[in-house]
Design a protein around this ligand. Structure first.
Ligand code: GRG
Length: 365
């Protein structure tokens, strides 16, 4: 069954991760190196990646040359440089790392840069739709599209961004890449659908959570990495390395996102915190906390719907080691990502990808 295979593949690396288990080791950081594996001085992955992304948002806006003016304004709304551009950065670094591994050519090809744009466009379309589903009012420190223009128009704006991304994808003209990136759209929809349901047993709940995490967040990163590897190098071993790196970093990224929902403040995040509990969602910190406080089961089952449930659940999480356990799990995914990417030949971009996986763990927004 494809579902079971996916859960197995998400968890195969770490014995017992699909069954919720506690980690007893000290939470040593993945590593703060002063030198990278290729022996060069540390390079900021964001600075290195931006060399190939100058004009990213202008180029995306060119893809959105649409009328009428209102639809254009709505579709362009989030391409204002306020996002972290985490996905395009990973994509161009992966492109250069794979090109360098293959034939020492380090430049990013035009088709690979297009994948970076497409990844950011798919991501943004999904944010616009997500905010409609969650009835969210703020994102990136500003009002959401649905808040300003209303739900119906927001759904259409998301659709339009997705269609512009599909046109750009078709222009690359590579059927393998089209199929890799179309899989992402299916995963996003299935991930969002999974989130609408809940599971009764603790172990089922954890497997369900990891599968949702892969589909909603990691699939886009994994498959965009794979797409640029296909465009830069014919070796399927390299495609798998790129995919595995993106998958592991993507899962870690979401686990930390779920931690930040408890530990950060809304000013920093640009959106309200404890948002997951308010939406009825039990993420990593809650699932771990529930092992220490089984009375949380009832709250999870009723999706924190009674008055006071959200506050009680939050207190349980903060009294438990749910945040530390989730962070430790994210560290393990990052270690796995580093193990994968280290199979490529040394290059500044490969080292920047190693460093990037470390910044995922230390980010505060
Ligand atoms: C229209 C393609 C499409 C999908 C519809 C709604 C939906 C199905 C999927 C939702 C997917 C989603 C919004 C997942 C959340 C992923 C996530 C961690 C978002 C936050 O990413 P950041 O922190 O955001 O990189 P910025 O603002 O920096 O870009």
């Amino acid at each position: 069954m494809p579902h079971l295979n996916l859960v197995k593949s998400l968890t195969a690396t770490f014995t017992n991760v699909h069954r919720i288990s506690r980690f007893h080791h000290a939470t040593a950081a993945v590593g703060c190196r002063s030198k990278t594996q290729s022996g060069e001085r540390l390079t900021d992955p964001f600075k290195l990646g931006w060399r190939d992304l100058k004009g990213l948002y202008e180029d995306i806006r060119k893809e959105l040359l649409i009328s009428p003016a209102e639809l254009k304004e709505m579709s362009e709304y989030y391409f204002d440089g306020k996002g972290k551009a985490f996905r395009p950065i990973i994509v161009v670094l992966m492109a250069r790392a794979c090109n360098s591994h293959h034939d020492d050519s380090r430049d990013v090809r035009a088709s690979q840069r297009s994948v970076a744009l497409i990844a950011e466009m798919i991501h943004t379309a999904s944010l616009v739709h997500d905010d409609v589903i969650d009835d969210a009012s703020s994102r990136r420190g500003k009002h959401t599209v649905n808040k300003i223009w209303g739900e119906k128009k927001a759904v259409l704006a998301g659709d339009l961004i997705l269609s512009a991304a599909s046109m750009a994808l078709a222009r690359i003209g590579n059927t393998t890449v089209i199929s890799i990136l179309t899989q992402v759209i299916e995963d996003l929809v299935r991930g969002e659908f999974l989130q609408l349901g809940s599971k009764e047993s603790e172990n089922e709940r954890f497997a369900h959570y990891l599968e949702k995490t892969f589909k909603k967040t990691a699939s886009l990163i994994a498959n965009s990495c794979k797409a640029v590897s296909v465009l830069g190098c014919p070796d399927p071993v390299v495609h798998e390395i790129a995919y595995q790196y993106g998958k592991n970093v993507g899962i870690a990224f979401q686990l930390i996102d779920d931690v930040l929902d408890f530990t950060s403040c809304s000013y920093k995040m640009g959106k309200p915190t404890s948002a997951d509990l308010k939406l009825g969602l039990a993420t990593g910190p809650v699932l771990f906390a529930c092992q220490q406080f089984p009375e949380m089961n009832a709250l999870i089952m009723r999706r924190f719907s009674l008055p006071g449930d959200v506050d009680r659940a939050r207190q349980y999480v903060l009294q438990s080691d749910g945040v530390q356990q989730t962070t430790y799990l994210a560290q393990r995914y990052c270690q796995e990502a580093i193990r994968e990417i280290s199979k490529l030949r040394p290059s500044p971009e490969r080292d920047a990808l190693i460093q990037l996986s470390e910044t995922v763990l230390t980010r505060d927004k």
